[in-house]
Design a binder for this molecule. Sequence first.
Ligand SMILES: *Cc1c(COP(=O)(O)O)cnc(C)c1O
Length: 396
Amino acid sequence: MREKYKNFETAVIHEGYDSQVHLGSLSTPLFQTSTFTFETAEQGERRFAGMEDGYIYSRLGNPTVKVLEQRIAALENGGAGLAFGSGMAAVSAVLFALTNANDHILCSQGLYGCTFGLLKLLKEKYQITHDFSGMETEEKIRSAIKPETACIYVETPINPTMKLIDLEMVASIAKEYNIPVVVDNTFSTPYLQRPLDLGCDIVLHSATKYICGHGDVVAGLVVGKKDFISRMAMTTQKDIGGILSPFDAWLLLRGLKTLPVRMDRHSYNAQKLVGKLKKHPAINRVFYPLDRKHKEYKIAKKQMKQGGGLISFEIKGHKEDAQRFLNELKLIKIAVSLGDAESLIQHPATMTHAVVPKEERQQMGITDQLIRLSVGLEAWEDIWADLEEGLKVLEN
Ligand SMILES: *Cc1c(COP(=O)(O)O)cnc(C)c1O
């Protein structure tokens, strides 16, 4: 954390905003404007030439959005931040910024479904190839790096299997080869995991999820070194244009203030439910980063403050049984997305990862029996009661 606010819980509320320069407004003002007027033509010239600070047009920068960008940069302990209109706008802007035609991207095995789709597009249009690696050992990572590898792209925990990647290990090897490491930190948020502190170079988020926390905004965020972020701001953000609206930035700033409180509760609830799910006869396996039996428990312990709010589990039976179980639930809503106050459940094989070919899906560990639960902020006893009632349908 920076000097100004040493503790995360304080920075998440105050960083990047001074009420005194905004007529004392406690809440960040909403600058709902597309453009900014210049006092004189000469001032306009100076702003365009970069000789004078100030706003020009909201695609190039907006004061409300700026507060959000400064805040997320501080929370991730990075040089600067950029906000986008969706998580995928952030992912694509970063990958466009880092690659040229014929480059190679090394990815963790198992990625968000649309990131997978984007890689396919990059390959078809620009011959940018990619490989997946489990990244379990230094040797595995080294052997997957090619002369044309332009970046290493990692998700951890991996959606939806909860596999973990040792970020410190990946970063240290990437440094030897001078390859930037990008981490999709959506599942953990900077409250639970800070990839830049572990040596990684760029962090991105679907801010739609925990950062917003209230299920009412689609947004993306990127944090990295100042130079890289300014370059992105003037290229893959300005010219592709996937910017965030001021109002959505305002909602995100509001949601973000309670992030630590929410993450504590999501994690607590999830831990309680993991204990219950593991004992249930209709359930085969449970995947949760900070479960002692989890395959990568040691990595989770090393790089995550808590386990977060996502649990995956395999029921006994077939695809239809998974669907019957979901249909029985009342409190828990059937929906993709995650990180909201409401508990949400989905079936990755037919929903978020339906675009991934079956063979690759199986390789990633996404079986027809796998279910992903985003644990909400309700009383965990009520969430469990709903799950337990629903699981009865599998017993007959
Ligand atoms: C949702 C999600 C994305 C995509 O974000 P959008 O805001 O939906 O565009 C990317 N990565 C992960 C891990 C996600 O969960």
